[in-house]
Design a protein around this ligand. Structure first.
Ligand SMILES: O=C(CO)[C@@H](O)[C@H](O)COP(=O)(O)O
Length: 143
């Protein structure tokens, strides 16, 4: 589950009870990432940590050895259909991939037929795959 929410602490237990096996929260949404990571683990879920485009990857680094997945936002959180921010890719291949080669990395936002190759190209030489999430609001018809 990618929880793009304020106060992510309050949804850990409900998501675990609902059957989620991974809980991804936004670094910017909590004052205590360490406590939240611990709580997610204690509730039996893997941990994903997301950062917004304006958040440098150095802010994520202190937590990288405690999480299962890093999610680099390639649009501003808020709505679908935004332009893929290619300038976020160095966070993936020049930084996270080299510093934490076994970390699962996802990107979110603006990924589609015209941009997915840009994600694939930054796989680098590590043993971990770059995961690409293409999230769609199914209630909103798209052209
Ligand atoms: O929620 C967000 C951004 O706020 C993303 O998860 C979008 O939903 C991605 O949508 P597309 O860019 O793929 O249309």
């Amino acid at each position: 589950m990618h929880m793009m929410v304020a106060a992510p602490e309050q949804w850990v237990k409900p998501m675990a009870v609902a059957g989620a096996n991974q809980y991804t929260f936004h670094l910017e949404a909590t004052d205590n990432p360490g406590a939240l990571i611990k709580d997610i683990r204690e509730n039996g879920m893997k941990v994903g940590l997301a950062i917004k485009p304006g958040t440098t990857v150095e802010h994520l680094a202190p937590w990288a050895n405690q999480i299962d997945m890093a999610l680099v936002m390639t649009v501003e959180p808020g709505f679908g259909g935004q332009k893929f921010m290619e300038d976020m890719m160095p966070k993936v291949n020049h930084w996270l991939r080299t510093q934490f080669p076994s970390l699962d990395i996802e990107v979110d936002g603006g990924v589609g037929p015209d941009t997915i190759h840009k994600c694939a190209e930054v796989r680098g030489c590590s043993r971990a795959a770059l995961s690409v999430t293409v999230l769609r609001d199914l209630s909103t018809p798209r052209k």
